[in-house]
Structures are given as structure tokens and as C-alpha cells.
Design a protein. Structure first.
Length: 469
């Protein structure tokens, strides 16, 4: 550890010690920062039997700033331990931030690949000039200490067709070769992913650009190739989508394309499917458990969204992760559901029909099954409404002032031909709603003055679970 890292470590520990950890909106079972700002999940993996989650972390500024990699571990993906900062911006090739990346585990080692951000002083636009997006590697044999960093690629190693915006490496292995995908913005303002190949995990050769036939956004962040069941998918968080279809959705989207063919040969990308239709979901990343489940975690936030105010800013922190979701494939469709480890924390409070009313419980799950054509409606905290009618599911706030429960949010919706099942997962300051066994999901932060759950579904069965801390 060099002198800069030692000083940053001291300052980080100091501001973390000053955090009270007792403010009213701190989550109970969602990963969140000790203090300051959290955004993208990074380096998600299982290593030596333990789940590791790194994250973009700005401990000195709750509104974002110099990015480090925070680090948490867990045995069950529900209870998380803070392990301190893993990576500091302490070299010339990452001095303005340890940006997003992933973990690749092989032969008893954890390989962390990330983007080292450098912004040069001067009159630059930082898109076409003035920014270094360096690909960096560090290795750990114990999940706690990390080797000296290696600079693997810099701007000159990327194709001439792209801008300075190349970032967020994700590595996997197929056969005898390793592949790395990175997000990019081309000089024609087209979102794309760049594919690289290596035989040793360190020397990388540019292979090809992956994109849609027609321009789809100007930047693809956090790209990821996944295989699940009989499906292949390319996940990407897309910036710059315009038009009628996107005007009432978030400023940026996170979703996936089905891949027809082979990304290494002939391929075609399907239409884009959203991972989450709610207000707060971005930059998801997935990993495999030891029993080969595909688990996804996203950032429960949204960048560049000035109309929204997080009430936790007053307490010196902002944002959290989504609860880990198990991704499965059924009948050609990708489904998302809370990881089964949550069941050990659930305590059944009641089972009723038609209508449910509960108060003063902050962390809970509501399961509604056998929903009929009579419909579904729920109101949480007297402000957050969930409603299904006329083939459309809506999540909306009854009042949209920035100082209220909504933090300035209004409405999100998704077309759904039929609704038969709803799962509501609520933590102290977040709600995630899973429809029809995970066919569609809505996520949001909220800031209740009063904790109350009112659910109506005539003819349905409603179960209310308390989730113990």
C-alpha cells in the first residue's frame, strides 16, 4: 500500500467512525454503505465458500465523488459484513476513480478487472478527448489482500471507432480462451459493447464490436453475457434512448437482448427487455453460486435524475443494492425472484382472503396468489400505490413532492396481459414487487412517515410475513 492509499484509508476510516448507523431509513437486509455514496455493484462472486460484493463507494460525499471499491461479504446473501475498502485510486492510471468491473475466479484466485478513470486538466468534453478509460487487473488469493495493480489496456488499445467512453469490463471463459466485454460509446454516438479475447487473462486482443442494426442509445454501460437454461442474453444499461416508448420511463434503462446465434460468429440481438420497470434500478451484475444458480444484484438508484431527492442525504448516505435475485428460465422467459435464503428470515404473521391491513411493520413480504379478474390494489405507507387494471400494472406515488415519501417520483407502468400473483418485498426504505412468479419486477426507494400495508385482491389468498433482522 503506497502513501496515497494509506492516507485515503485513514480518512475513510475516520468518516466511517463518525457515521451514527442509527438513522431512521437504514436498511435491514439490503447491502448499503456505512456512509457516503454507493452505486454500481462490482466484483460479485463466490470465493472460498463466501459471497463477495464490491461496490462503487464515495465515503467523503453522499452526492458522489472520488470512487473507491467498498467490500462486503456474506454467507447467505441476506446478512452482509462490511470488510472495509478493497481498492483505492492510488496509481496514475486510476487516480480519478476505481470505476466498475467484475471478479473472475479460477484456480484459487480472485481476478478483479476494473476501469481506472483519469480525467485530464484542460478544456475537454471528456467524451472525445480528455479522459483515460484504463483496464486494470489486481489479484487476490485470500479475498482480503490484493496484488499490485497491472495496467492491461488503455485508450490506444481500443478500436478507433469508439470515444474515450470505454468501461466496465466483465470476463468469462469458454473453452481454452477468456473473453472480456466492455461498454462503449462510438464516435457516431451509438451504444455498443466491445469484445476482447485472451489466452492468459492478461494480454487482451480486440475481437469485435457488438451492437444493434439500428442505433439503440448512445452508451451501453455494464454489459454482460449470460447463459441460462436454453437462452443466451446480453445485458446492458443503456443511456440515450428517446421516443414515445421511453418518455415515461427512467432517464436510463437496464435490460437485456436475447442473443440468436453466437457472439463469436454470426449473431442477432432481439428486442430489448427491461430487467425492472420501477424507479430505482441500474447497472446490474450477476454471478454463479456454488450450486450453479445465476444471481443478479443491481444498484437501487438512478444516475442523472435531478427530479428525485433521497431523504437519506440528510443522514450522510445515499443508495443501496437491490435484494439478490435468482434468475431462472421458464418457457423461453427469464424470471426474477428473491433468493431462497430469505425464507430463513421470514415469520408468517397471517393468511387471509380478499383484504389485508397491517401497521408498524417495517420489513415484510406480502404474497398474493390466485388473483382474479376482480383485480389488485395495494397502498404502502399511505403513499405508494400498486395497481393492476385494464392490462397494465402501475407503481405510483399519491403525492410527488421531493420532501415526501416519493422523493419526487411519479409513476411507472408495464403492460401485462394477465395478473395472477404478486410478491411485495419491503425493507425500511425500499420496495421490490415481483409479478407472476418474476415475469416483471418494479423497484423503488420510499421514505415512510407511517408504516402501513393495505392490500385488496377479491377472491385471492394473501399471506403476510415479517422479515426478522
Amino acid at each position: 500500500m503506497n502513501v496515497l492509499a494509506k492516507d485515503l484509508k485513514k480518512q475513510t476510516e475516520l468518516v466511517e467512525q463518525m457515521a451514527s448507523g442509527t438513522d431512521r431509513f437504514r436498511q435491514h437486509f439490503h447491502l448499503m454503505p456505512v456512509t457516503g455514496w454507493l452505486n454500481d455493484p462490482n466484483g460479485l462472486c463466490v470465493f472460498q465458500g463466501v459471497c463477495h460484493a464490491f461496490y462503487q463507494y464515495s465515503p467523503f460525499d453522499a452526492e458522489g465523488g472520488l470512487k473507491l471499491w467498498g467490500h462486503c461479504t456474506s454467507e447467505n446473501m441476506v446478512d452482509w459484513r462490511q470488510e472495509g475498502v478493497a481498492l483505492y485510486p492510488d496509481t496514475p492510471f486510476d487516480c480519478h476513480g476505481v470505476y466498475s468491473g467484475n471478479a473472475f475466479v479460477e484456480d484459487g484466485r480472485m481476478y478483479l478487472y476494473y476501469t481506472g478513470n483519469v480525467k485530464l486538466d484542460g478544456n475537454y468534453d471528456y467524451i472525445h478527448a480528455g479522459r483515460e478509460g484504463n483496464t486494470v487487473l489486481t489479484v487476490s488469493e485470500d479475498g482480503k489482500t490484493f496484488s499490485p495493480k497491472k495496467l492491461l489496456m488503455r485508450n490506444g488499445d481500443y478500436p478507433e471507432s469508439v470515444t474515450c467512453h470505454v468501461r466496465d469490463p466483465k470476463v468469462w471463459k469458454t473453452g481454452d480462451y477468456y473473453y472480456m466485454i466492455q461498454g462503449a460509446r462510438t464516435k457516431e454516438d451509438q451504444g455498443a459493447a466491445l469484445l476482447f479475447v485472451s489466452s492468459d487473462k492478461e494480454k487482451w486482443t480486440y475481437f469485435r464490436q457488438i451492437t444493434t442494426r439500428e442505433t439503440f442509445g448512445y452508451m451501453w454501460e455494464c454489459p454482460e453475457y449470460v447463459e441460462i437454461g436454453g437462452k443466451k442474453g446480453l445485458s446492458a444499461s443503456v443511456q440515450g434512448l428517446t421516443g414515445e416508448e421511453w418518455k415515461n420511463k427512467n432517464v436510463y434503462q437496464s435490460g437485456y437482448f436475447y442473443v440468436e446465434g453466437d457472439l463469436l460468429g454470426e449473431y442477432q440481438l432481439s428486442e430489448y427487455h427491461l430487467w425492472d420497470y420501477g424507479f430505482d434500478f441500474y447497472a446490474p451484475q450477476s454471478f454463479r453460486t456454488e450450486d450453479d444458480r445465476l444471481i443478479q444484484i443491481g444498484w437501487m438508484g438512478m444516475p442523472d435524475c435531478p427530479e428525485h431527492t433521497n431523504q437519506t442525504l440528510a443522514d450522510g448516505w445515499q443508495h443501496c443494492f437491490t435484494f439478490p435475485r435468482e434468475i431462472t428460465e421458464k418457457d423461453g422467459m427469464l424470471l426474477q425472484n428473491p433468493v431462497r435464503e430469505l425464507d430463513e428470515k421470514k415469520e408468517l404473521v397471517c393468511t387471509v382472503g380478499d383484504r389485508l391491513h397491517k401497521e408498524q411493520i417495517k420489513t415484510f413480504e406480502v404474497d398474493v396468489k390466485y388473483i382474479s379478474e376482480a383485480g389488485f390494489r395495494a397502498v404502502l405507507a399511505e403513499e405508494l400505490a400498486l395497481e393492476y387494471r385494464e392490462g397494465c400494472f402501475r407503481m405510483y406515488f399519491l403525492h410527488t413532492d421531493k420532501e415526501g415519501v416519493s422523493g419526487g417520483r411519479s409513476m411507472r407502468c408495464a403492460e401485462l396481459p394477465k395478473l395472477w400473483e404478486v410478491k411485495i418485498l419491503a425493507d425500511v426504505s425500499s420496495v421490490e414487487v415481483f409479478l407472476n412468479g418474476g415475469e416483471a419486477v418494479f423497484s423503488t426507494r420510499y421514505y415512510p412517515d407511517t408504516y402501513r400495508a393495505e392490500v385488496e385482491a377479491p377472491g385471492a389468498e394473501l399471506r403476510f410475513w415479517n422479515i426478522q433482522k
